[in-house]
Design a protein around this ligand. Structure first.
Ligand SMILES: [Zn+2]
Length: 222
């Protein structure tokens, strides 16, 4: 038995094992997570992560779509790109629209000024699967969001537990946390956020504005 690194439940079971590692399934939040004993040493993890950091075009497209979704045509937005770094060309496009995007890469800086502000939107592009203790990042992200703000997450969404042995994302040893739609329902419910969408590797969560902030189970719409 292993304690879940997202919801801390002990209601977990060994789910899958191969020569390289063992994965566990949490029956409460539905996270599938790698045994901490199999985590790569930080230096090897960072090297692999950097080699795989070739998603600039896809990240730029994801970010620009997100900005378009969030903007109302006249209010400047303050956004946070959490976990990756966007190239200067895409950054210029965003600032030309009058918005500001701060960037935070935990592998470069454990803490910085970007984490002391509140944001209209937060983008987490292909980073959630790398979180070893995702409760830590989730707690931080929910605090960084303004009321009414959005979190957009791109992560490989696990949709069929029975087909896990054929799912290629499990083969990347830097991928240590796998989420199901139900995992994001659990997370949103826990803090009273609205889960607007969770399919096709895209998750959209909104913090209710002002007095709407309640733990309302019925507000989850998928
Ligand atoms: Zn859990």
């Amino acid at each position: 038995m292993r304690r879940c690194p997202l919801c801390h439940s002990d209601n977990t079971a060994r789910f899958y094992a191969n020569k390289k590692r063992c994965l566990y399934h949490c029956h409460l939040c539905q996270l599938v997570f790698a045994d901490a004993n199999s985590h790569l040493p930080p230096s090897a993890e960072q090297q692999k992560y950097r080699l795989a950091n070739n998603k600039q075009k896809a990240l730029a497209r994801f970010m620009l779509d997100l900005v378009e979704q969030c903007e109302d045509g006249h209010t400047p937005l303050l956004g946070l790109n959490f976990g990756r770094t966007l190239d200067s060309k895409a950054l210029r496009k965003i600032s030309k629209k009058g918005h500001q995007l701060n960037q935070y890469d935990p592998s470069l800086a454990p803490w910085n000024r970007s984490l002391k502000q509140e944001y209209d939107f937060i983008c987490c592009y292909r980073v959630f699967e790398h979180f070893r203790f995702p409760c830590k990042e989730w707690d931080l992200l929910k605090q960084l969001l303004k009321p009414g703000g959005w979190i957009a997450i791109s992560t490989p969404l696990l949709s069929d537990l029975s087909a896990f042995d054929k799912w290629h994302h499990k083969n990347n040893l830097t991928h240590v946390s796998f989420y199901q739609q139900a995992t994001f329902e659990f997370l949103a419910n826990k803090v009273g956020f609205k889960l607007l969408f969770a399919a096709n590797d895209l998750i959209l969560v909104q913090k209710p504005s002002g007095s709407d902030i309640t733990r309302d189970q019925t507000s989850v719409v998928v």
